[in-house]
Design a protein around this ligand. Structure first.
Ligand code: HAM
Length: 424
């Protein structure tokens, strides 16, 4: 074992595995751009109050999982456990025009018990759309996540949706829930038997047997929603129907972060074990901007875990994203200067090109060319160089072993033709 290893619950991702993530980033960024969401970058750490107040003092993420520390100046900071509170903090600070539609890709830090699909540093894509209470925005955001997950290659998905009410109907519902929980406290799981009063909603999505067993009797918000929330939710549902996004209603989908109001949603992968099957989720947070010091402003967003999506893809047996090798590998038998100049020239012409370093033998260079996944090797020998020529040898595909000589000063068209023919 080496002296230092990546900390528990974190992992290094090297190429070629990282190529799959690169592809997901491109897919997500492309979809966001098409839907007019702009990239937002914000700090990896914030005043701990951003998350305490934003995500909720009583949420597990804050009480059990947050990486909090004092910096050398005595400020209490926290590594971001998620992106929403940070983006909303940035919105309140800068007050860009609304609707403020943003996307991000970020590491998120949570001190959890590491297991498959659950890390202490995971990576999320997300969007946050701030400044509109229109239910069509809920539909846009849910449909965007649906489209991304499908574009990533997932098909065994289930979307669960719920509405968590607002200031008008939630207090009455909470009161009813509290009465129920007080009467059934003895029947709750070990954690909630004593602690349910701190955050009664958490009992709804508790996965422990005792709490789940009580679900059929628990009061649910859907039977107590106010007209405004009912109307909003009906519009969301009609929009999902219109766009052909399938869903299931789930009264117990309250999600683990405390900022949600009205619409909540979560995509589960049917190919993953239930404890870690959430590949993405989100909801409305119409009180969050005000909670972080801004004016009353509605918002909605989602985040999707990169590692979870990769796990779900593997579990579905979805074909792994093609690992693209380079187009060309320059094998230089003249000492290295030709490889230096030619790779530079080829890259400027738009090809991907690699070379060997350290003046290795032809055999070693060809072995490396093969390992690099290159389609064509460009071999430069002394005699040819004198004639300003190179040999192009096809390394893979239907034309493998085919060899041709090309003029160094007119490489691009010949190579393009060769590559086009060599690719299956
Ligand atoms: P979240 O459900 O806590 O939501 O996390 C989003 C996604 O991140 C999850 O669905 C899951 O795929 C992934 N994830 C969460 N924790 C871990 C972990 N420990 N290891 C691996 N993957 C994980 C949020 O973070 C909200 N900010 C989403 C949101 C945005 N709501 C409104 N806007």
């Amino acid at each position: 074992m080496t002296a230092f290893q990546a900390p528990t619950g974190t992992r290094d991702v090297l190429a070629p595995e990282s190529a799959r993530i690169e592809q997901l980033v491109a897919t997500f960024a492309g979809l966001c751009r098409r839907a007019a969401y702009g990239l937002v970058l914000s700090p990896m750490f914030e005043d701990a109050g951003v998350f305490r107040r934003g995500v909720g003092e009583a949420s597990d993420v804050v009480t059990k999982e947050m990486y909090e520390f004092e910096d050398r100046g005595g400020r209490l900071l926290a590594l971001r456990p998620e992106g929403t509170a940070s983006v909303v903090r940035a919105y309140v600070q800068h007050r860009p025009p609304v609707p403020f539609k943003s996307w991000y890709v970020t590491p998120a830090f949570r001190y959890e018990r590491p297991q498959a699909g659950r890390y202490r540093q995971h990576h999320q894509f997300g969007v946050e759309a701030i400044g509109s209470a229109d239910p069509d925005l809920d539909v846009e955001v849910v449909a965007l996540l649906d489209e991304y997950l499908r574009a990533a290659g997932l098909s065994k998905l289930v979307l669960r949706i719920n509405s968590m009410g607002d200031d008008e109907c939630r207090p009455g519902y909470l009161a009813a829930l509290e009465v129920f929980l007080a009467a059934h406290a003895d029947e709750l799981c070990g954690e909630h038997r004593e602690g349910w009063a701190r955050n009664p909603l958490r009992v709804l999505d508790c996965k422990r047997e005792e709490c789940v067993a009580l679900r059929p009797e628990m009061p649910v918000l859907s039977s107590m929603r106010c007209d405004n929330c009912e109307h909003h939710f009906a519009r969301v549902v009609a929009g999902l129907d219109a766009l052909g996004v399938g869903y299931q209603f789930d009264d117990f989908l309250v999600r683990g972060l405390d900022y949600y109001t009205r619409t909540t949603f979560e995509f589960g992968s049917l190919a993953l074990q239930s404890a870690q099957n959430a590949v993405g989720g989100g909801g409305r947070y119409d009180k969050l901007v005000a909670a972080l010091g801004g004016p009353e402003t509605p918002g909605i967003g989602f985040a999707t875990g990169i590692e979870r999506v990769l796990l779900a893809l593997d579990a579905e047996g979805a074909a792994p994203a093609g690992e693209d090798g380079v187009d060309l590998f320059v094998v230089d038998l003249t000492g290295g200067a030709s490889a230096r100049d030619l790779t530079h020239q080829l890259r400027r012409l738009g090809f991907s090109a690699e070379r060997a370093f350290d003046q290795r033998s032809m055999k070693a260079q060809l072995r490396q060319a093969d390992r690099s996944g290159a389609t064509v090797a460009i071999i430069v020998g002394e005699d040819e160089l004198a004639r300003r020529q190179v040999t192009a040898r096809v390394l893979r595909g239907p034309d493998a072993h085919h060899q041709e000589s090309f003029d160094v000063d007119d490489l691009a068209p010949s190579l393009q033709k060769l590559l086009a023919g060599a690719r299956p």
